[in-house]
Design a protein around this ligand. Structure first.
Ligand SMILES: [Zn+2]
Length: 260
């Protein structure tokens, strides 16, 4: 029996002489792994449609407990991602997150967010750190652990500077923060210490709210000062990693090459 899926190739591995194992994040089945027979051979028609970051339509059949790709039609290669090492590093990080979180659930919103992000990386017009932070926060919201950034959890104040509690996604204002509780400051990041609170100035808080609730096609259309961007990015990364309870090798690499 044949199955057709439309999806993004988030991981590839070379196997046997010229076969390629691909992990597809598809809108029909969630994450599915399939073998592209002979895909690494230059003569193969599947070669260019089965690379990492390719978005395409794949016809699969099942044999010996495996899915095999019978036909592959490339819809978008996002090839320009490879033009910049830092762009490639970010795309790799996003794909590693996807292979960690998507398990087998089909999630169109997460797939669309991923395609938007890869498109923006390839296009090269939006700063990578903005693409990264927006992905981290919106993915968290799609996966069901959206932060609640409307008001302080204690006094319900809505304006001013806040802290984001990365454990439960709540906001707390400076007046209500427990005395002596340390907060993460990206300006003094030692890279090791973990904090439960991230500083979230008003501008960064508004950006977090926008990222969670805006329509996907307008998700990058917000303005933010450079300083607030710093706090916005730090909070986004801290928040997602805390909820996934892991680190990513691809993220470490991105940090080595990211534009300062
Ligand atoms: Zn308060």
């Amino acid at each position: 029996m044949l199955t057709t899926v439309t999806g993004l190739i988030i991981r590839t591995a070379d196997i046997k002489e010229s076969d390629r194992l691909v992990t597809i994040f598809s809108e029909e089945t969630g994450v599915i792994t399939a073998i592209a027979k002979g895909a690494r051979s230059i003569k193969s028609r599947q070669m260019s449609a089965t690379l990492q970051f390719c978005y395409g339509r794949y016809v699969l059949y099942q044999k010996n407990d495996y899915y095999w790709i019978k036909e592959a039609e490339l819809l978008e290669s996002f090839f320009d991602i490879r033009k910049r090492l830092e762009g490639l590093a970010l795309a790799s990080y996003l794909c590693e997150i996807l292979s960690d979180v998507t398990v087998s659930e089909a999630d169109k919103a997460l797939l669309r967010l991923s395609l938007n992000s890869l498109y923006a990386i390839a296009k090269g017009e939006i700063p990578l750190r903005k693409i990264k932070a927006v992905f981290e926060l919106r993915a968290a919201a799609i996966l069901g652990f959206s932060p609640d950034v409307l008001a302080c959890r204690e006094c319900e104040k809505k304006d001013g500077d806040f802290y984001l509690d990365v454990m439960d996604g709540s906001l707390i204002c400076a007046d209500c923060r427990a005395e002596g509780e340390m907060a993460f400051d990206p300006r003094e990041d030692d890279g090791h210490e973990r904090h439960l609170l991230c500083i979230l100035p008003e501008g960064a808080k508004i950006a977090v709210g926008y990222t969670i609730y805006s329509p996907l096609e307008r998700i990058y259309a917000f303005r933010i000062t450079d300083e607030d961007m710093h706090f916005f990015c730090a909070a986004a990364e801290h928040y997602l990693l805390n909820h996934l309870e892991r680190s990513f090798k691809t993220l470490d690499f991105y940090k080595e090459v990211e534009p300062k």
